[in-house]
Design a protein around this ligand. Structure first.
Ligand SMILES: *Cc1c(COP(=O)(O)O)cnc(C)c1O
Length: 493
């Protein structure tokens, strides 16, 4: 079955998968979505005998139907190699009545590596297919982890350039250091005076600007996106939902067909949406539990049907989830609106002008797979301490949001369905918050010194990704106002 992509905001847009990947965002601001969902064409038992790369192929081939088998397998080979520190690519750990799906074994120790180690390769194949000879300039807004993962993915890739914008005071010291030490001639990193939403809005404005597109074209460049609005990010993420499910079959923990819960620490709604897509293609899912930190706009949405970003933006210890505009939710809205782009556009316009929208009861009824939950800062640190003390398992703050939400969900609902907690970062990415949770007190030491201390406390080996950045020189110290983001891009072109 050939899959085409349309825009969540304009039904007249119909493009091939490769075109959707090179374009990133549809020109009128909508997100690309498949016009229908394919189904897995291998049985769950067959899939359970495959390694990660083969599962990834079986999933991605369904969505990227204009890629040949050798193109797609080539991209997968280049992505899921020894950049990962484990052959399994995605190991599972069973701790305290749940399976932790560890997605942080890649080059930048956060789950963004799962998609961003393959996106550059998908994009180069897609560009060739669409006879694009211009350079592709990737523009990325990051709440911390996407930036580094995108930089690492695109650095040195011929025919590409990448600019990353991050909130100057909104990321951890390790995250910032990872980005500003990035090597490569085709990369640029800029801190902005604002939060993640400001960075994301700035990038969206550049994408939406005909003037910027023309100026870029004059320089032989087209813009594209590595944010999770790119379908080339979303599709690779579906693979680990399938892989973790079939791993449980392989290990005899479930039988093929048994339903499971996935608990997903959520910010921009990309990760959990991939879980929803996995369900649509045939993974038996009971609940998708959407876990928010104190920026609980999604929790409120699932509870009330009103999405309202008019609230205080809270800086938490899980900065990659400090988001009030969850871009990928638009894809779910489109779906529950019955693939009605006019209805979706209307709601997104309300979000833009009023900062809120409310879905109707029909749409709300279609959200029954989703459960919203949130964890306070205290609950997050309590959960980190609890798992460390009782199970000697050290989790990062984002994973702890999910773990805490799951614990409360299980207690409140008595739902004993086998549950998988999506683990999105290594604790070494957030050593200060993790140590504080474990020890119950702040330390004076720098984040970099805390690495060694965390190592002593946790006995978890320090990932190479961390030692590398500590020893690398800082290359970028640019900070700009949000209205100057365009100029920073133009300078780079
Ligand atoms: C990006 C990120 C998230 C949130 O993922 P979304 O796809 O934006 O919902 C959660 N945890 C970590 C560590 C992240 O980097």
């Amino acid at each position: 079955m050939e899959i085409k992509y349309t825009s969540t905001r304009d039904k007249n847009v119909i493009v091939s998968p490769s075109k959707a990947i090179v374009t990133g965002l549809s020109h009128e601001g909508g997100l690309f979505v498949p016009t229908s969902f394919p189904k897995l064409d291998k049985s769950l038992d067959e899939l359970s005998k495959m390694d990660y790369k083969n599962v990834a192929y079986e999933v991605m081939k369904l969505f990227l139907t204009d890629f040949t088998e050798s193109e797609l397998r080539g991209c997968i080979e280049k992505a899921y190699d020894d950049k990962f520190d484990t052959d399994e690519i995605v190991p599972l750990s069973e701790v305290d009545n749940a399976y932790y799906v560890e997605l942080f074994h890649g080059a930048t120790i956060a789950f963004k590596d799962m998609a961003l180690s393959i996106l550059p390769h998908l994009m180069m194949v897609a560009a060739k297919k669409n006879n694009i000879n211009d350079k592709i300039c990737i523009l990325t807004a990051t709440s911390g982890d996407t930036g580094k993962a995108a930089l690492a993915g695109f650095a040195g890739v011929d025919g590409t350039k990448i600019v990353v914008f991050y909130p100057k005071n909104g990321v951890s010291a390790i995250q910032e250091r990872q980005m500003v030490t990035q090597k490569g001639d085709n990369v640029k990193v800029v801190g902005i005076k604002g939060n993640f939403d400001d960075a994301q809005t700035g990038v969206k404005n550049i994408f939406g600007s005909d003037e910027m597109a023309k100026l870029a074209k004059d320089n032989g460049t087209v813009f594209s996106s590595a944010n999770s609005i790119n379908i080339g990010r979303l599709v690779p993420q579906i693979a680990y939902y399938v892989f973790s499910y079939v791993t449980l079959i392989k290990e005899g923990r479930i039988n093929a067909g048994d339903k499971v819960n996935f608990v997903v620490p959520t910010g921009n709604f990309g990760n959990i949406l991939a879980g929803f897509y996995a369900k649509e293609i045939g993974i038996p899912v009971n609940k998708l539990i959407c876990a928010s930190n104190e920026n609980k706009v999604l929790y409120d949405f699932f509870k009330t049907g009103t999405y309202d970003r008019n609230r205080e933006f809270i800086l938490t210890t899980s900065p990659s989830m400090d988001i009030l505009i969850s871009s990928n939710l638009e894809r779910l809205i489109y779906y529950i609106a019955g693939n009605d782009s006019d209805k979706c556009l209307k709601l997104m316009n309300e979000l833009k002008t009023r900062g809120s929208y409310t879905i109707d009861d029909n749409m709300k009824a279609k959200l029954d797979t989703f459960v919203g939950g949130f964890a306070s800062e205290d609950e997050v640190s309590e959960r980190i301490r609890e798992l460390y003390t009782n199970d000697s398992y050290v989790i990062d703050t984002h994973t702890a949001v999910a773990s805490s939400v799951y614990k409360a969900y299980r207690e409140n609902t008595k739902d004993e369905t086998v549950s998988l907690i999506i683990s999105t970062a290594s604790p070494y990415k957030f050593p200060r918050a993790v140590l504080k949770a474990i020890e119950g007190k702040d330390r004076e030491d720098s984040d970099f010194e805390l690495i060694d201390i965390l190592n002593n406390v946790s006995h978890v080996a320090v990932p190479k990704a961390v030692t590398d950045v500590i020893n690398s020189p800082v290359r970028f110290d640019i900070v700009c106002d949000t209205d100057k983001m365009k100029d920073e891009v133009l300078q780079f072109l």
